[in-house]
Design a protein around this ligand. Structure first.
Ligand SMILES: NC(=O)c1ccc[n+]([C@@H]2O[C@H](COP(=O)([O-])OP(=O)(O)OC[C@H]3O[C@@H](n4cnc5c(N)ncnc54)[C@H](OP(=O)(O)O)[C@@H]3O)[C@@H](O)[C@H]2O)c1
Length: 299
């Protein structure tokens, strides 16, 4: 009998590869909780079951969770702390409340590798730690994923014929493809050893941000022109726009925590990622999934 899993945030950049992996797994019966059914049909595999709802409508969440064995939460963090509703923090709190009402046994959450200090100076990491804590204390079985940078970010650097080359330290990041992560999430849904623990998520090779961007550009489209983006330019743009400000703060937080390889245990329990940057670049053609996000949000 397949396990019934509900995905919240499946239409997101990192939700989509998880949805594809869950749908491809014959041991799972996958439903996505979405707020726009037509858009979800365009973005998600045809065989996924869709259920309409919104985080702000608790009854829709409880209905969607009815009979689910596991609920996976992939919600976005706002670029500014001034917005009224933070889907990752406030939305996850609503999901937990609904999950307790619906009697869901297991919740899985996408956090981040940099999250390790409740007193972190950057509001975004403080909030994520707060949310991790809320999940751990929810009374449900939980699994928290702490991934490094996803290869999907490299596709976001492409704008028209240009690819942004962000100035950053040369420390290696253990890039992970969303598809490999999706397989690990699907494995965690079926594995009792994945309950009540967190997993560092890293991919098969450590590559600096600059080198990763160049390798992605070569494999994706050799015609792309590099557009160097000095850190000062990002900071200057961040005075006006929330997104570059968030990007600059994220870069700082990333390289303050220069991690080596820490995912041995994750690979042993949830399987070994195999995709390298070139594999990810080529997979974009096969999946038709080219990540895009708005560039300049103000607030
Ligand atoms: N990028 C990285 O390398 C990285 C690494 C570690 C962790 N993370 C974390 O991963 C998380 C997810 O990122 P992402 O890029 O996948 O985000 P995203 O593309 O913005 O996706 C967010 C998802 O949340 C859904 N959502 C938002 N508000 C909702 C509401 N009121 N009701 C129902 N659904 C709602 C969105 O639905 P719609 O499609 O309807 O908008 C979408 O499916 C973020 O918190 C990020 O910090 C990212």
């Amino acid at each position: 009998m397949p396990r019934r899993v509900l995905l919240i945030g499946a239409t997101g950049m990192l939700g989509r590869p998880v949805a594809r992996a869950c749908v491809a797994d014959e041991c799972l019966k996958t439903t996505a909780f979405v707020r726009d059914i037509d858009r979800a049909r365009r973005l998600l595999p045809g065989s996924i079951q869709l259920i309409h709802g919104n985080l702000h409508d608790e009854e829709s969440l409880v209905r969607a969770m009815d009979g689910a064995d596991s609920v996976y939460v992939n919600l976005n963090t706002p670029f500014s702390q001034r917005v009224n509703f933070d889907p990752d923090r406030d939305g996850t709190a609503l999901v937990l409340r609904a999950a307790r009402r619906a009697g869901v046994p297991h919740i899985l959450r996408l956090s981040a590798i940099e999250v390790n200090d409740p007193a972190h100076q950057w509001w975004s990491l403080r909030r994520k730690e707060e949310t991790d804590q809320r999940v751990r204390e929810s009374g449900l079985d939980w699994t928290i994923f702490k991934p490094t940078w996803f290869m999907e970010n490299l596709a976001l650097f492409v704008q028209w014929r240009f690819i942004s080359l962000l100035a950053a330290p040369t420390d290696p990041l253990w890039w992970i493809a969303g598809a490999d992560f999706g397989n690990q999430v699907a494995a965690a849904m079926k594995c009792s050893a994945a309950r009540n623990r967190q997993f560092i998520v890293q991919g098969p090779e450590g590559v600096s941000l600059g080198e990763a961007t160049k390798r992605f550009a070569r494999a994706h489209s050799p015609k792309l022109l590099p557009a160097p983006m000095p850190r000062l330019a990002l900071r200057a743009a961040g005075l006006l726009f929330a997104q570059p400000r968030y990007g600059a703060d994220l870069l700082q937080a990333t390289f303050e925590r220069t991690a080596g390889f820490e995912a041995t245990e994750t690979w042993d329990i949830l399987g070994k990622p195999t995709m390298r940057i070139e594999d990810y670049a080529q997979s974009i053609e096969q999946t038709g999934d080219r990540p895009r996000k708005p560039l300049w949000s103000v607030s």
